[in-house]
Write a protein that binds this ligand. Structure first.
Ligand code: MN3
Length: 268
């Protein structure tokens, strides 16, 4: 069945190539005689032959990847601190599986491929981020940044934590933003204004909290601030569940998933 379709396609392509070739010859031959003359209209290409058999049924959706693909090291991806279905329905199981096992894992695989024999081979992720930020070759910075960002991301989404900030973190949010609701609203707006792929961060600098957008794998680490809470707004983080509705996704994560104990534990 497939073989017939492929042969039909090859035959059609061969006819088209032949027509194109003859057109080129005609144009070349006519050009010197009368450059202003309109190009000869070639005969219309023959319609593609109908396939002899019905098209095959669409393949079933691929299963979520399995943990066997985890990077071997020396840079190793930490285990996901919850079940892949644990964030459903805010973030679906398939999104988590693809995000963790393919996207996040790829950054360790890349580091394991590119760091041997370089000054980065023995560094921690944080050290690569700070050092690699000044390197013209951004592969080290980008992959270490994304590996590190996602480690904090999964940790911060770990189910079971309080859904509202408390203690010193609550006071800092009150002092800097007026309320938790205002902080969340500003983060949603900021995320919507981030052009392309990146992260919307809540960062700390002493008693000052601020919201910042970062492109690609950048983070507050590169400007000496403490990353408290980072929302991944690369499309792979939300597209299966929210399509292009990024603000809706960010609001749902802030309202329903963030483990505020983990965020508070990052305060300096
Ligand atoms: Mn991501």
């Amino acid at each position: 069945m497939k073989e017939i379709s492929r042969r039909a396609f090859v035959a059609t392509a061969a006819v088209s190539a032949s027509i194109m070739a003859s057109r080129a010859v005609v144009a070349q031959e006519q050009a010197p005689a009368n450059p202003q003359a309109p190009a000869e209209t070639p005969p219309a290409a023959a319609p593609a032959p109908e396939p002899a058999t019905p098209a095959p049924a669409p393949a079933p959706a691929p299963a979520a990847p399995k943990a066997a693909a985890l990077p071997a090291g020396p840079f190793k991806q930490p285990p996901l601190p919850f079940d892949e279905a644990a964030l459903d329905p805010v973030i679906g199981e398939r999104t988590v599986a693809l995000h963790y096992l393919r996207h996040h894992a790829s950054y360790y695989n890349n580091l394991n491929a590119i760091t041997p024999g370089t000054k980065y081979a023995k560094m921690s992720l944080e050290e690569i981020i700070v050092e690699g930020d000044h390197d013209v070759d951004k592969r080290f910075f980008n992959n270490a940044g994304q590996a590190w960002n996602h480690e904090r991301y999964w940790e911060m989404l770990k189910p079971g934590g309080p859904k509202v900030p408390g203690g010193r973190l609550a006071q800092l949010i009150y002092d800097n933003f007026g309320s938790v609701a205002d902080l969340k609203e500003k983060m949603v707006v900021a995320s919507a204004n981030l052009f392309g792929s990146g992260w919307t961060w809540l960062a700390q600098d002493g008693s000052k909290l601020s919201i910042m957008n970062a492109n690609g794998g950048d983070s507050p680490l590169t400007i000496g601030k403490t990353p408290l809470l980072g929302i991944d707004v690369w499309e792979h983080a939300y597209y299966l569940d929210y399509e292009n509705r990024r603000p809706e996704h960010v609001k749902a994560v802030l309202d329903k998933l963030v483990n505020w104990d983990v965020v508070a534990s990052r305060l300096k």
